[in-house]
Each structure stands twice: as C-alpha cells, then as structure tokens.
Design a protein around this ligand. Structure first.
Ligand SMILES: Cc1cc2nc3c(=O)[nH]c(=O)nc-3n(C[C@H](O)[C@H](O)[C@H](O)COP(=O)(O)OP(=O)(O)OC[C@H]3O[C@@H](n4cnc5c(N)ncnc54)[C@H](O)[C@@H]3O)c2cc1C
Length: 429
C-alpha cells in the first residue's frame, strides 16, 4: 500500500509516523515543499514551542472554538498525555508552565521537530523535501448503483506519484512564509468538497481611535473586556491581560476575542459585518462603591494637587494623559483641585474607568494571524477516520480543517490528534 502525506508540519509528520507504525509494510512518503520539516513549529510559543496543554483530557475540547465536537474521536485516539509520552520517549523532555502549557525542557521549539524527525527516520518514512504538490489525481468507478470516487495519485512540481491513500496536511493560510499557503483548500475543492470561508484568527485587533498611538508598549493586567455589537449585545467577554502594540490591541484577551469576532469584521458578505466596540473595565476587581472609596482615598493623598496630577496610584503612567483627555471630553475640569471635585465628576471618572472604549476597525491579516479559522468542511469528513466522505482514500488532518482553538498548545494538539487518526486510519483501510 502506498500512502502519501502532503505537508511536513505537526499534522503531516504525525500522520506519516502513525501510518508507518500502524502498517510497517506500507510505503509511506512525506512530501514537504520547504527545504526542511516543521518551519512553522520553529516560531510557535515564541520559539519555545508550546506543543500541547496538560489540562484534563476531558477539558481539552472546551478550548476549541469551531467544531469542537468533530474532534472527539481524534482527541481520544491520541490525547495530550499521548503527545507528552511520545515526546519524552523520543528524547524531547517537556515541562509544564502557567496555564498548563507544555514546552520542551530545552526551551527550543526545534526540539519538537527533531524528535518527530527521529521517529520518522527510525520508522522508515520516506521524506522528500523541496517538492510541492500541485494537484490530486482522482478516478471514478461504478460501484453497484453509485459512482465511487477514489484517489490514484498526485502531481508535484517534480512529476507524478501513485498513491492508494493521500493525507492532506498542508496547514491553513496563516504565516504563509512558513509554507502554509492554503493549497489544501484547492485540493479539497478539486475533489468536490466544501471549504468554508477562511478568516485570520488569534490575531490583533485594529481600532479607529487615534489616541492608541500614545499607548504603544503599555500592558494592562487583570482587566476585563466586553465586545458589543451596534445593538449593545455582548458578543464576547473575558478577563485577563491586554497589550497595546503598534496601533493595535493584542495580548491574551484580545487574541481569544479575535476568534469570536473575526468573521464579523472580515466576511466577504457585508451582511455578516457588525460594528463592534471594545469596552475595557480597568478595575474589574472593585465594586462601584469600593472604587469610589478608592478614588476618595487617592484624592485625600493628593489633596493639594489638581485632578490631572492625582491619578498616578490608580493608572499606569502611559495611560494617564490619554485617560485625562477622554475625561475632559465628558466635561470634567481636570485642572481643578481634587478637594473640589464634585460627586458627579467622580462618577464620570468612575464610568471611564469602567468603560474605556475603542471602536474596532478590523483584525490583523493572515501574515500575522496565529491560526486560520475556517477550512475544509468537517461535514464532509468522517470524524472517526478523518477520511473524506466524498473521495475514498483521501484524508485531511491539522489546520487545513475547519477547526481552530485558543492559544495554550491546543492548535498543535489538534494537529497531532487529527494527524495520528488520519495516519492510523489510512494505513488500516
Ligand atoms: C507565530 C505562531 C505561533 C504559534 N504558536 C503556537 C503554540 O505555541 N502552540 C500551538 O499549539 N500552536 C501554535 N501555533 C499554531 C500551530 O503552529 C499550527 O496550528 C500548526 O502548526 C498547524 O499544523 P499543520 O501541520 O496542520 O500545518 P502547518 O504547520 O502549517 O504545516 C503545513 C506544512 O505543509 C507544507 N505544505 C503546504 N502546501 C504544500 C504543498 N502543496 N506541497 C507540499 N507541502 C506543502 C508547508 O510547507 C508546511 O510545512 C502558532 C502559529 C504561529 C503562526
């Protein structure tokens, strides 16, 4: 049996290894268009490779945003514990950090790729570099009353290859410089399969307000956010840390938020678009009463100062000028002595602390998105095998699928789990 895996990312490497382990007689070839395997792995986890998450396996599925139920069989076929076991057995020792994130002890993402490469070589997978797959070859035959479609091979930039099974693990569209240029979507479409619209996800959010320029580098810890649509309906809320980057918002709460709003900002169909505002509560841990008491205490400490010089205990220094400008716009005199600030002005200050707002203009693009949302429709894939329901012998694994998760190692875990299931199923069939 000839099995060809397209794409040497985490999903493809795992699929090739699993296929060869399941059926050592099979001839397994892994085709990668780059000069090396796992180019994207090198940049994961800021170069440290957050390869999975050590949460309870039962809790893993909660961390996927799109089509989590589709992943049930794949995750249980090859769990986060299995990933850790395989890595450690293969010489890549791992450690668990904050939020149960799992990293190689070496703190180098390339340890993951090196480990998988050792497994591939040892098991006898034929790795072919610098080879780009251009198209799939699919034939038809009559099977009783039905027309049966099945794979026969593929065309690469180096020539033709026969295959009994093909596993497409070409990744999504994010960071195309790593080789993920959406080729798998074309392959799926050419096989008559549906591909859902793709959006950049786990990505920064752009805003309209100009004052963001003054906040570059600011990190807000333990804030809460709400994203509301034009009707005031909350479409996302979260608590955590937020970063101001070059004219955009980023950081954990924003990356997670992006997965829930990207389609409202980027959909081709303008009817799906929403005008979204982001509301930052700068002091979520305090009730209104506690916050007012806190303000009064600060005003007492700075009783000889003007309001504009009395906020240094309350807010980070970079934020104060921007905050004061916004406060002034509500009609509060920031030059008055704190001793004469009225209850009404204090209320306006409190409201601004609770509701520091930005209008979302869009998201960052695929060049900077951590993952792609959307992809090969899971409705057309058997979740127990990862095989296409339309073409026999054609399998899909990893980010090319219409599945995506939050940060924390969940996307790589998904690639490993679906890759493993696709490999085992292809080799068995
Ligand atoms: C900056 C960044 C940081 C990230 N950090 C993390 C993290 O810490 N933890 C985590 O879980 N996830 C992280 N991710 C996401 C994670 O890297 C991806 O979800 C994962 O790599 C997807 O694996 P994959 O094998 O499906 O696809 P990919 O890793 O994209 O691999 C696809 C491979 O297929 C090859 N290919 C494509 N088309 C062809 C073709 N036509 N012929 C031959 N080969 C082809 C490509 O060259 C590529 O090597 C991060 C992503 C980015 C961009």
């Amino acid at each position: 049996m000839k099995i060809v895996v397209i794409g040497g990312g985490p999903a493809g490497m795992m699929a090739a290894y699993a296929a060869k382990s399941e059926n050592p007689e099979a001839q397994v070839t892994l085709l990668e268009k780059n000069e090396k395997l796992g180019k994207k792995i090198f940049i994961t986890g800021k170069g440290r490779g957050n390869l999975t998450n050590a949460c309870n396996t039962e809790d893993l599925l909660e961390h996927y945003v799109t089509n989590p139920r589709f992943l049930y069989s794949a995750i249980y076929d090859f769990t986060n514990k299995d990933v850790i076991k395989l890595m450690e057995k293969g010489g890549c020792r791992v450690k668990i950090e904050r939020g149960d994130r799992v990293f190689p002890v070496s703190d180098h993402a390339y340890s993951i790729t090196d480990c998988l490469k050792r497994y591939l070589k040892k098991s006898g997978v034929n790795i072919v570099y610098n080879t780009c797959v251009k198209s799939l070859l699919i034939s038809e035959k009559k099977d009783s009353d039905q027309i049966l479609r099945y794979v026969t091979g593929l065309e690469t930039d180096k020539g033709h290859l026969n295959a009994d099974r093909i596993i497409v693990a070409t990744g999504g569209l994010s960071y195309p410089s790593t080789g993920s240029t959406g080729d798998g979507y074309r392959f799926a479409e050419s096989a008559g399969m549906q591909v859902t619209e793709c959006f950049p996800s786990l990505v920064s959010l752009d805003v309209h307000e100009e004052d963001i320029r003054m906040l570059r580098g600011l990190k807000l810890k333990n804030i809460s956010i709400e994203i509301k649509d034009e009707q005031g309906k909350v479409v996302y809320q979260d608590f955590g840390d937020l970063d101001f980057i070059n004219q955009a918002l980023s950081g954990p709460v924003i990356l997670s938020a992006s997965t829930h709003v990207t389609r409202f900002l980027n959909a081709k169909d303008p009817k799906q678009h929403k005008i979204l505002t982001l509301h930052i509560n700068l002091k979520p841990a305090l009730t209104d009463r506690q916050l007012d008491e806190r303000l009064l205490r600060d005003f007492n400490t700075y009783r000889n100062k003007e309001l504009r010089n009395a906020l240094s205990d309350l807010l980070p220094a970079t934020l104060i000028p921007v905050f004061l400008k916004r406060l002034e716009k509500t009609g509060v005199d920031i030059n008055q002595k704190v001793t004469v600030v009225s209850k009404e002005s204090r209320k306006k200050l409190l409201d601004l602390l609770r509701n520091f707002t930005y209008t979302i203009a869009g998201t960052g693009n695929f060049r900077e998105a951590i993952v792609t949302q959307g992809g090969v429709s899971v409705k057309e894939i058997n979740p127990r095998t990862m095989e296409s329901k339309k073409v026999q012998g054609l399998y899909f694994a990893g980010e090319v699928l219409d599945v995506d998760g939050y940060t924390g190692g969940f996307n790589m875990q998904m690639a490993f789990s679906t890759g493993h299931l696709a490999g085992v199923s292809a080799a068995k069939a």
